[in-house]
Design a protein around this ligand. Structure first.
Ligand SMILES: [Zn+2]
Ligand SMILES: [Zn+2]
Length: 150
């Protein structure tokens, strides 16, 4: 198939099979509108296939994190959140995190100025640390409009 998501290749290279629970977890993450917790994923997965337990969901997430397909966030809520990694070499997205209500705003309308700036930062880091950069992820922390109450 031509329009397979990028992580099909990643799974294949690693020798991991695309089992049904893995496929279900990936599909849930792909259609997610927000950053889900393991429990959120479990509830949806279980609805689609009742034999999927919470342990399977945790194991699947662990594997996908190890393969660089899923990323895990800890934002001090006492529970982790998960999202699919953006397609390598793609536009990517960044995050604004409200420290009061823990809301996460995805931010992907990156302007050309910002892109140029980021590639200059990457260039400098590459030289300074002799480090091959594959990707970057930015987090901005602050307080959202609702929490400022204005
Ligand atoms: Zn807020
Ligand atoms: Zn995100």
């Amino acid at each position: 198939m031509k329009d397979q998501p990028w992580w099909y290749g990643r799974l294949k290279e690693s020798g991991a099979r695309l089992t049904e629970p893995r496929e279900i977890v990936l599909e849930i993450l792909r259609s997610a509108r927000e950053h889900l917790t393991a429990t959120d994923i479990y509830i949806q997965a279980h609805r689609m296939k009742p034999s999927i337990g919470l342990t399977t969901v945790y194991r699947t997430l662990e594997l996908l994190i190890k393969l660089g397909i899923v990323q895990k966030f800890e934002l001090g809520e006492g529970k982790a959140r998960f999202e699919l990694v953006d397609k390598p070499g793609g536009e990517g997205h960044h995050h604004l995190v409200c420290l009061k209500c823990r809301k996460i705003i995805d931010y992907s309308d990156i302007s050309n100025d910002e892109k140029e700036f980021l590639s200059r930062v990457e260039d400098r880091l590459k030289k300074k640390y002799d480090f091959k950069i594959l990707d970057h992820l930015m987090w901005f922390y602050g307080v959202c409009r609702e929490c400022r109450g204005s």
